[in-house]
Design a protein around this ligand. Structure first.
Ligand SMILES: [Zn+2]
Ligand SMILES: [Zn+2]
Length: 415
C-alpha cells in the first residue's frame, strides 16, 4: 500500500515519523540561516574573527562557522599589528574594531613590535552567542593536497570543511586524490563516533585548482556533502570548456552513487568561503548560504538535520517547504517557495533515470515549471530527483554575468 503521509525530508523514514508524532511536546522545526565556510586572521582571511562574526550576526544569519585552514580558534595566537606594507592588521583596523564592537583586545608590545591576541572560539561564542538567535558552530578547513606523479605532475588541493569538532584534526597524505579524501573523511567521521557527536564534513570547491573530479566525488565513502556553490571567485564553480561545473559534477557523481547501494547520495551546500572583509571583491561575504530545518538553534540539532538532508543552499531564493511523499517505487518531491516582492520563480527537477536499453545513464532535466509550488512524481526506473529554483532577480554580487539568485535542494533516492 502506498504511504500518503506528507513527511519532511528529515523524516523520510517511518521510524522518524513515529518518533515525531509520538512526542506531542516536540518543538516545531524551522529554517535557520547560516554560513559554514569563512576565514579570519586565524588563517588567510583579512579581518579579526570578531569583525567577521559581527558581519554575519548583524545581517540576520543564525549560525556561522569560522573555518580557518588546519586550525580551530583555540589557545594563544599573537598577530602583528603593523603599518608596514603587506600588513594584514593595521593599527587603525584595531581602533575601528574596538569602537564598533565596544570590545577591547589583549595586546603585548616589545620594542617597536605590537601584537594582538586573536579571540578564541570560546570567547567569540561568549560574546556573540545568543540562545535562539545566533550560534557559532566549531569548524576547520582541513587542508590537504596531493601531487600527481610524472613530468606533468601537479598539486591537487583537497579541502574539506569539518563542522562540530571538539579538537583540531590534521590534513592527510596518500596515494591518490580519493585516498587523501577518504582518509580525511574517515578521520572526521571517527572523531564524531568517538565523541558520540554528529559531525558534517563537506568537500570544498572541487574545481579549485582542478583538484577533485566528479569521479573522485563518486568514490567518497564516509563523506556525503560537497559545495555545489562556493562564493570565492577563483574556484571555477562553473567549470571550463572541457570540465564540468559543480552542479553537473554533483549529478554525474550521484548517478554512480545511486547505482551502488552502499553509497549515500551526495548533498550540496552553498557557502561564502569569504576571506575579504575590506572591499576586496575576490572572496567577499554574503554571496551564498544554507538554510537548515531543525527544532533548535543548537550545534547537534543543525548537524543532525544536515545529515538527514533537511537543508538547502541559496544565493537569495527562499523556500517554505520541501516535502517527500514516498510510495512503493513511486514518490513525489514537492517544492514550495516563498517569492519576494516582484519575484518570479522557476522550479526545475533534475535527476536521472535508468536507460531502457541498458546504456549509460545521463543526468537530465526531468521537468520544470513556474513557482511558487511544483511537484515531481517519480516512477520505477528513476535513480534520484532534486530541485533547483531559479529567480528572475539578479544576484546582487554576481560571480558571472547574468547570474540570478537560486536555491538547491537535496537529492532524494528514488530507487
Ligand atoms: Zn579551500
Ligand atoms: Zn576556504
Amino acid at each position: 500500500m502506498r504511504l500518503r503521509h506528507r513527511v519532511a525530508l528529515a523524516a523520510g523514514c517511518l521510524a522518524s515519523l513515529a518518533v515525531a508524532t509520538a512526542t506531542p511536546e516536540a518543538k516545531e522545526s524551522r529554517w535557520w540561516k547560516g554560513n559554514t565556510h569563512t576565514h579570519t586572521l586565524w588563517s588567510d582571511g583579512d579581518a579579526l574573527p570578531d569583525v567577521v562574526t559581527a558581519w554575519y550576526k548583524r545581517r540576520g544569519y543564525h549560525f556561522l562557522s569560522l573555518t580557518d585552514h588546519n586550525v580551530l580558534q583555540q589557545g594563544d595566537t599573537w598577530f602583528p599589528v603593523s603599518e608596514r606594507a603587506g600588513s594584514r592588521l593595521r593599527p587603525e583596523q584595531v581602533t575601528a574594531a574596538a569602537e564598533d564592537l565596544e570590545a577591547s583586545f589583549e595586546e603585548r608590545t616589545s620594542g617597536d613590535t605590537r601584537d594582538l591576541r586573536l579571540s578564541r572560539l570560546a570567547e567569540l561564542q561568549e560574546r556573540f552567542g545568543e540562545a535562539g538567535r545566533f550560534l557559532m558552530l566549531p569548524g576547520e578547513e582541513v587542508t590537504s593536497s596531493w601531487r600527481s606523479p610524472g613530468k606533468d605532475g601537479r598539486g591537487h588541493p583537497i579541502h574539506v570543511n569539518a563542522l562540530g569538532l571538539t579538537r583540531p584534526l590534521p590534513p592527510a597524505s596518500g596515494e591518490s586524490v580519493v585516498d587523501v579524501l577518504n582518509k580525511v573523511l574517515s578521520t572526521i567521521a571517527e572523531h564524531g563516533d568517538e565523541e558520540g557527536l554528529a559531525t558534517v564534513a563537506h568537500l570544498n570547491h572541487p574545481n579549485f585548482g582542478w583538484g577533485v573530479t566528479w569521479e573522485d566525488m563518486a568514490a567518497m565513502r564516509r563523506g556525503r556533502f560537497f559545495e555545489v556553490y562556493n562564493g570565492h571567485r577563483s574556484t571555477n564553480d562553473l567549470g571550463a570548456e572541457d570540465r564540468p561545473g559543480c552542479e553537473r559534477m554533483w549529478d554525474l557523481a550521484n548517478v554512480r552513487r545511486a547505482l551502488d547501494p552502499t553509497l549515500p547520495l551526495l548533498y550540496g551546500v552553498a557557502t561564502d568561503d569569504a576571506h575579504h572583509y575590506s572591499g576586496n571583491p575576490v572572496a567577499a561575504p554574503g554571496r551564498a548560504w544554507i538554510q537548515v530545518r531543525a527544532e533548535a538553534l543548537e550545534t547537534q540539532a543543525l548537524l543532525r538535520a544536515m545529515n538527514a538532508g533537511d537543508f538547502y543552499g541559496s544565493t537569495g531564493v527562499v523556500l517554505e517547504d520541501i516535502a517527500v511523499d514516498r510510495g512503493d517505487g513511486v514518490g513525489t518531491l514537492t517544492i514550495t517557495a516563498a517569492p519576494r516582492e516582484g519575484e518570479e520563480l522557476t522550479i526545475e527537477f533534475w535527476g536521472a533515470r535508468r536507460n531502457a536499453d541498458g546504456g549509460p545513464v545521463e543526468p537530465e532535466l526531468l521537468g520544470s515549471g513556474p513557482g511558487p509550488e511544483l511537484n515531481y512524481t517519480w516512477t520505477p526506473g528513476h535513480l534520484f530527483v532534486r530541485a533547483r529554483v531559479l529567480s528572475n532577480l539578479p544576484h546582487p554580487d554576481p560571480g558571472s554575468p547574468g547570474e540570478v539568485q537560486a536555491a538547491w535542494t537535496q537529492p532524494v533516492r528514488a530507487n
